[in-house]
Design a binder for this molecule. Sequence first.
Ligand code: PLP
Length: 378
Amino acid sequence: MSIYLDNAATTCVCPEAAEAAVNAMRTVYGNPSSGHAAGREAKRLLDASRETVAAALGCTAREVYFTSCGTESDNWALVRGAERASHVGRHIISSAAEHEAVLKPLEYLAAHGFEVTLLKPRADGAIAPEDVAAALRADTCLVSLMMVNNETGAVTDIAAVAAALKAVGSKALLHTDAVQGFLHVPFAAAKLGADLISVSGHKIHAPKGVGALYISQGVRLNSYLMGGGQESGLRSGTEAMPQIAAFAAAVKAAQGSAEADLGRVARLRQAAAERLCAENPDVVIIGGGAPHILCFSLPGYRSEVIMNVLESKGIFVSKGSACKKGRRSHVLEAMGLPARVIDGAVRVSLSRFTTESDMDALCSAVGEARRTVRAALR
Ligand code: PLP
């Protein structure tokens, strides 16, 4: 039996989502654009799915556009958002701790005449709203900051960033990558103050291949995928009904007991952090804030070694925070952490299916891994 603690990478598909996907593949399989009864039935399922996701986002259904993933939502928001607001100017504010799904479009925009300011996270891993305020200029057309960092779990106060923009009458569009925030950190799009919000299905127990972009009413983005005019003409391509229906089912399933689940997950995370600190005097807890992400480091012990020892015990975690293709984590580097801390970083990410015994097994295995590695080094 394995213990899966890499839920920030992806989650298992919950039974409700799997059932909804099968139903959309085998029973309600019409094309929502078709004029016959099978098409109308699929359209009803599409509309109901949009209503469900909109209710969870705290917005109207007209503001939700289904996409293929969080990456597509981010790319659309950034590229078309910058284009839309370019009459304001060509300055963009984001952060050095963003996911590549934001950093790569920013590179593209920089190569196409936009000037990009990347803010550094503070010691807690979050972006301080006052740093955004200080970087704002009259020609800032777009601000894009992630709600929850996927490596550290640090939470940036997007509502405070929106307030900072409003306070100076900024005309910049505000985008937040809420791929790790959606259903983990409570927010309502209508009150958040962001114009654009990206979310992804596979982080919340829906299958891979579905996401959504919230586009606030009144913000007119050009389409990113052009074709048959689906999604109110803004995102063409026949709707991926099995994934969309499953996304809505996963949202509904999560919402049933969301508050209790989030509280329980947060307590499991906190208890594990405390036990790791008590049993491993050298451990460093990095970031924090979101209930489901625990990033810690054992300085001097390489994260891949710890990860391999954990895997040998059937425990799956991530060294995603430590290096990608041999490079150090850009997020931990941006936080200014010492190389020894970065190289020993491990990310544990929980879901509502994580149990106390999973976390107990993790803590015991980390202690054992540390002792084994230390003995081998002597
Ligand atoms: N943004 C963040 C913060 C993420 O963690 C991820 C995925 O790990 C993405 C964007 C990309 O989402 P997707 O895998 O749905 O393309």
